[in-house]
Write a protein that binds this ligand. Sequence first.
Ligand code: HBI
Ligand code: FE
Length: 265
Amino acid sequence: MITNPQLRGDYTRAAPDYSVEQDWAAYTREDHALFRRLVERQSRLVARYACPEWFEAVSALDAGREIPKFDDINRGLARATGWRIVAVPGLIPDGPFFTHLANRRFPVTVWLRKPEEFDYIVEPDVFHDFFGHVPLLFDPVYADHLAEYGKGGLKAMRLDAITMLSRLYWYTIEFGLMKTADGVRAYGAGLLSSGGELAYCVDDPKPHRRPFELERILRTEYRIDRYQDSYFVIESFEQLMRDTAPDFTPIYARLKHLGPFLPDA
Ligand code: HBI
Ligand code: FE
């Protein structure tokens, strides 16, 4: 059981795999109104800044008026890619997290941020997870990659290489950019759910934007409390799948002795 008190969720009723009931009836009218405002704010931005694949995927979702019932989403999602979302109290330990991903279950936090956290929140809430992560679970290639990432996470734990592997998640699933004919577009959940960073990651000349390079990513540190200094750009989800297919064991062994890069290197 997670003991660090600063996590907000209620972990007391979590199962051994950290899943909980969503308890949809417990959401207040204010929760649903705040969720709707968050969707409306991001919807004005995603037209300009999200990658096309996210758009296609989100059309399969009935996201918007209120906090979704996870069971309703799971019927369509399971048909599309065999994935399901599972309700969790918030961040969960790496073992359960990777086990869920490896079994095509995406952990989605059940609680919603407070109104004063409209613009920024540290821990992932149901809006970050649902609006940022869930739509791309409908994309078959992305969905296959994420399941492989989960299996890779369990292996990385055995090899004590979690620090390196979590950078791959960070610079793709959370903050990844994709090249399109009209320029770079966001596919990372941390970008798609952010009121400010979604425009910044595409428009601002300040951050580095580098082509996806696995070994560079595995060595590049990241900050969780500010806009990214560097983004990595993939050509497509097919490329992400292909470039992360090899066995990382020899890569970890080689990189382990090389120092990390700072985020803005
Ligand atoms: N738990 N619920 C939840 N959501 C995450 O995105 C998450 C997590 N636990 C660990 C984690 N992410 C990352 O640290 C792993 O990629 C290592
Ligand atoms: Fe996330």
